[in-house]
Design a protein around this ligand. Structure first.
Ligand code: DAH
Length: 514
């Protein structure tokens, strides 16, 4: 215990010591008095008190006092008498006054007279009988006696203001009445603080301490001339609890997207973007996906009503694409052997993947090309813990002399390594690539490999119609999956839910190794 107390004393700020000493000598001192007696300003007193309270050395009590004073209207009533008193004075002689004569007979104006009648009845000074205001016995009694509200009015004139807590019972009754009438009383709320030394504070005082100035900042001078050696320092409590701060930050999904972009940009890729609404031509046909391919079915793809169709590109490209689909043209393939339809290619869709950006890019640019794109894609999926109808993909393309399948594997390996994952490849099939592969990353917690994306070498059936005579590697992968692994979320919907607790707590440590 005593060791603890000594440690606490060592860590007390000089203001805390001053406050505690003052409070010991003067237990009822207000913060203002403490400020006055110690030479501290009131802000320092309050912050020292808060700090002492957080260490259970003192207790800070907050009292709210109501201070009552007369408003302007209240002062007028205090000087001239309440309207019901003025009426009572006349009634005392006349015994009864007709309602319609009330104002004339008493000099109380009509509006006040109406209110006064209410009070005459409430105080039982008068009764209303057949349009007449008649004095009661109780009214007779009050002829020469003030009611408690009148007493309070008089008191307030002399005292200017009084604390509500100081009112005795009779004044309290009077207060209730006056307060029932609007705008007679002004009530001001004053907050005041009082301090009480707790057991730990007493123990500190018993142990005793000296108040000595402590150095909090050293000057160049003090360092140079060695004065720092003789100064008093206050130790820091490095275990003190600090408030948790939730700084503003990027959404985790945004964060991982930006990381991915940074990785590709650093690997020398340029970034391209497509549109959400795309023609079936770019989304499917340019990728040598036959027009009766299952992926085009309504359950997978969102077809749009507005716009219902998109323009087809360059005639030659369309013609070559048609031929390649139908017969393979001069690609060395026999194609899909069906009648290709322009109308089907014109249909507008919400892009189902970002791979169409790559074929369009190939058509519009000359190799060598290193391009990536990141964006939303849309599929008719039912919501569940691992599916959303809208998610993000990143797509990559490298095209140039001598580009090989080895380069594809190397590029992906490098990318995943930078994101912090180990990757392996297994054979796969896509209509637009040969060779094709799917990459899988290893999940230590689950001790299993999970599939992340597709990749391959674009087939001649894709490249030739686009006018590309050099090999191209391409890959695409879902980003939400990566985010789920990185942030350890089991349900993909968490990434879109704006769950403030999760967003606050999720660490944004960058996994990127550049
Ligand atoms: N587009 C595929 C998908 O959405 C992924 C993909 C596979 C992209 C192979 C490619 C590729 O560029 O070569 O699942």
């Amino acid at each position: 215990m005593s060791e603890d107390i000594k440690k606490t004393i060592r860590e007390l700020h000089i203001y805390e010591k001053k406050l505690l000493k003052e409070l010991d000598a003067n237990p009822d001192a207000t913060p203002e008095e403490i400020a006055e007696n110690t030479g501290m300003d009131i802000k320092s007193v309050m912050s020292a008190a808060g700090s002492l309270a957080s260490k259970d050395i003192i207790e800070v009590e907050k009292d709210v006092e109501e201070e009552i004073s007369l408003s302007e209207a209240g002062q007028e009533f205090a000087n001239n008498g309440l309207p019901e008193r003025r009426i009572l004075d006349v009634l005392a002689e006349k015994r009864a006054i007709h309602m319609k004569d009330l104002a004339d007979a008493t000099g109380v104006d009509k509006k006040q007279a109406n209110i006064a009648i209410g009070w005459l009845r409430r105080k039982n000074w008068a009764q209303i009988d057949k349009g007449e205001v008649k004095l009661t016995e109780n009214g007779e009694n009050f002829k020469d006696k003030l009611d408690n509200d009148e007493e309070l009015l008089n008191h307030l004139i002399g005292a200017k203001n009084i604390l509500k807590s100081k009112l005795d019972d009779a004044f309290m009754e009077g207060f209730k009445k006056l307060n029932d009438r609007k705008n007679i009383l002004d009530i001001k709320k004053n907050t005041s603080h009082s301090f009480k030394i707790l057991d730990k504070g007493e123990a500190i005082l018993d142990e005793g301490f000296t108040i000595k100035e402590q150095a909090t900042q050293l000057t160049h001078q003090q360092l140079k001339e060695g004065e720092w050696k003789s100064l008093e320092y206050r130790p820091y409590d490095i275990n003190a609890e600090a408030p948790v701060v939730f700084a503003g930050k990027k959404h985790p999904l945004r964060e991982i997207i930006d990381e991915i972009r940074e990785i590709f940009l650093n690997m020398g890729f340029i970034e391209d973007n497509g549109e959400y609404v795309e023609s079936a031509f770019w989304n499917f046909d340019s990728l040598f996906q036959p027009q009766d391919h299952a992926a085009r079915e309504m359950q997978d793809t969102f077809y749009l009503k507005n716009p219902l169709t998109c323009d087809l590109p360059d005639d030659d490209l369309v013609k070559l694409t048609a031929e390649t689909h139908e017969t393979g043209a001069d690609t060395g393939s026999i194609g899909w052997q069906y009648d290709w339809s322009e109308d089907v290619a014109r249909q507008s869709v919400l892009r189902t993947h970002t791979t169409g950006i790559s074929t369009k890019h190939l058509f519009e640019h000359e190799p060598p090309i290193k391009m990536f794109s990141v964006g939303r894609v849309f599929r008719r999926e039912t919501f569940d813990y691992k599916h959303l109808p809208e998610f993000h993909q990143v797509e990559g393309l490298v095209c140039g002399e001598g580009i090989s399948y080895q380069n594809l594997l190397g590029t992906l390996k490098e990318f995943y390594k930078k994101l912090g994952f180990e990757v392996r490849f297994r054979p796969a099939y896509f209509p637009y690539t040969y060779l094709s592969t799917e990459s899988e990353i290893y999940l230590e917690e689950k001790e299993s490999w999970i599939e992340l994306g597709g990749a391959g070498m674009f087939r001649p059936e894709v490249l030739k119609p686009l006018g590309i005579n050099q090999p191209a590697l391409a890959f695409g992968m879902g980003i939400e999956r990566l985010a789920m692994i990185r942030y350890d979320v089991e349900d993909i919907r968490m990434l879109y839910k704006s769950d403030i607790k999760w967003l606050r707590e999720v660490p944004l440590s960058r996994g990127v190794r550049l």
